[in-house]
Write a protein that binds this ligand. Structure first.
Ligand SMILES: Nc1ncnc2c1ncn2[C@@H]1O[C@H](COP(=O)(O)OP(=O)(O)OP(=O)(O)O)[C@@H](O)[C@H]1O
Ligand SMILES: [Mg+2]
Length: 504
């Protein structure tokens, strides 16, 4: 009999379109361990965990829970066996409160007489695991980090023994990540186990006990975290050595491209989220905006993209006031807009690559056959070029974007945005969810755009990324820019203090 808490044996998954996502994968999870699952974009991590959680069925292979062969038809079956998962894209109901979301589907009436006991039970779990959740707040008003805690709590309330987290840290601040890790460690101390998917090698080494690496759908290595090094892991993932450092030369910024003056923007709740922000950005320059998420960066980006109303102040792009323009009009003035949540605003998941790349360009001359008809041949040729230039991995240009891996979805957005030769690039969380080699690729691409003279505003919760790429670093705190510092004068300590609102 197996002593594993969970085991996958010989799992193969062939999707209906013929994509072989997993090949004969063996995976073992011990009791009370945090197990890292690594692999490049498209390696099969999400597919494997979806099979374990009963969302999809394997083509071949078996799953065992505490030695017992199980066959899940749906997540409900997996939950009954004590397996829960927080998916890569959250699945909460925005207009419900956190509490309502947590009990949803359990039969507990959130307004019924059993509600109070349930609340107490949930609060006990929060206390034991250090999860902080405002139970009565509507989920749509919560930050990504808090939403994630709601999802985790939802699983823990169902008393899972195995918690699967698919890239949980990609939208978390360093601080939230630390909090998540202490929660995971407390779960481990309770004898539960976690399957932790991430692209950040540092995190894997910090929190995991063991690591399984997938490459192109097959297991390429299993190792104890304490015996591994970042370079070893990167090599197992990619099959070659990966350069983990970037070299950035000094730049000579040119004329001013973007000027933001006294910008005020309100959030969904009507609060001032951006409170009088001013900065300018020049040709051939990267201005990085650091800060704990939720300090106005999102609203700033949305205002610059034309999807959130400017309450007062000015945004001048190429000397044209773009406040009040639509995203399409702003792009025409010379902007490329890479949004932070590609699945919400960057892509239409059920459309294929061609349709997604055409988004916003459907009236462009180069894609028209007559005055109003789109020439799909022209579109296809264009998309094929982008697929090649950006190494997008997709079976065909008619594949729906939903079935691409996260990293390849991101490349679709970026390729579309850069294909119009913008003068200004707004890059929000550009490497979120990307694997090591795609991250390397994307960061180099940003540096390449800079040397081509583009003005780049980089908004990223990844402080390492901001420090590596930026010429100047601005720190946002509570809707204001605390300071803008040339990167050669920057220290992590100083940025850390500014991020916490300490300015001296
Ligand atoms: N529904 C689907 N239909 C067809 N192919 C799919 C589907 N879902 C995923 N794939 C393909 O299966 C392979 C594995 O995808 P998966 O999402 O498991 O990768 P991943 O390791 O989670 O990647 P990422 O790090 O980018 O999230 C990829 O080639 C992907 O394009
Ligand atoms: Mg995935």
């Amino acid at each position: 009999m197996s002593t594993y808490l969970l085991q996958a044996k010989g799992v193969t998954k062939i999707y209906p379109d013929g994509t072989v996502a997993l090949k004969n994968v063996d995976f073992e999870l011990n009791h009370g361990e945090i197990h890292g699952l690594l692999g490049e974009n498209g390696a099969g991590k999400t597919t494997l965990t979806k099979i374990i959680y009963g969302i999809i069925r394997p083509t071949r292979g078996e799953i065992f829970v505490e030695g017992k062969n199980v066959s899940f038809r749906r997540p409900k079956d997996a939950l009954k066996s004590g397996i829960g998962m927080v998916q890569q894209h959250f699945a909460l109901v925005g207009s419900f409160t956190a509490f309502e979301n947590i009990v949803l589907g359990t039969g507990v009436n959130p307004r019924g007489k059993d509600a109070r006991l349930t609340r107490e039970e949930i609060m006990k779990i929060c206390e034991k695991t250090g999860l902080k959740v405002p139970l009565d707040e509507k989920v749509e008003n919560l930050s990504l980090g808090t939403r994630q805690r709601v999802e985790i709590l939802k699983m823990l309330y169902r008393n899972v023994k195995v918690l699967i987290l698919d890239e949980p840290t990609s939208s978390l601040t360093p601080n939230e990540t630390d909090e998540l890790f202490s929660t995971l460690i407390s779960l481990k101390e309770q004898g539960r186990s976690v399957i932790f998917i991430t692209h950040k090698l540092k995190e894997v080494m910090q929190v995991c006990d063991r690591i399984t690496v997938l490459r192109k759908g097959a297991v390429s290595g299993k190792i104890n975290a304490k015996d591994s090094t970042p370079n070893m892991l990167a090599k197992m993932m990619v099959g070659r050595d990966v350069e983990l450092v970037l070299t950035r030369r000094e730049s000579e910024p040119g004329e001013e491209i973007l000027k933001v003056e006294n910008l005020v923007v309100h959030d969904n709740m009507g609060r001032e989220a951006v409170r009088g922000v001013s900065f300018s950005l020049r040709r051939g320059e990267i201005l990085g905006i650091a800060g704990v998420e939720g300090n106005g960066q999102t609203e700033l980006a949305e205002a610059l993209s034309g999807i959130r109303k400017v309450s007062s102040g000015k945004i001048l792009l190429n000397k044209i006031d773009i406040s009040g323009l639509t995203p399409r009009e702003i792009r025409k003035v010379g902007a490329a807009l890479i949004p932070e949540d590609r699945t919400k605003t960057g892509l239409i998941l059920d459309m294929n690559l061609e349709e997604n790349i055409l988004l916003g360009k459907h009236r462009d001359r180069e894609f028209l056959a007559g005055s109003f008809t789109i020439s799909w041949t022209k579109v296809r040729n264009f998309v094929r070029k982008l697929v090649e230039r950006f190494s997008i991995v997709a079976p065909s240009t008619l594949t729906s974007v939903r079935s691409l891996s996260g990293g390849n979805q991101q490349k679709v957005v970026v390729s579309r945005e850069l294909s119009s030769e913008p003068t200004f690039v707004l890059a929000c969380q550009p490497t979120r969810g990307l694997d090591v080699s795609s991250t390397e690729y994307m960061r180099n691409l940003i540096l390449e755009m800079r040397s081509k003279g583009k003005a780049i505003l980089l908004i990223s919760a990844d402080l390492d990324e901001v420090l590596q790429l930026s010429d100047r670093v601005a720190v946002m705190f509570e809707g204001r820019i605390m300071d803008i510092i040339p990167s050669k004068n920057v220290t992590r300590e100083r940025i850390g203090l500014l991020m916490g609102g300490v300015s001296s």
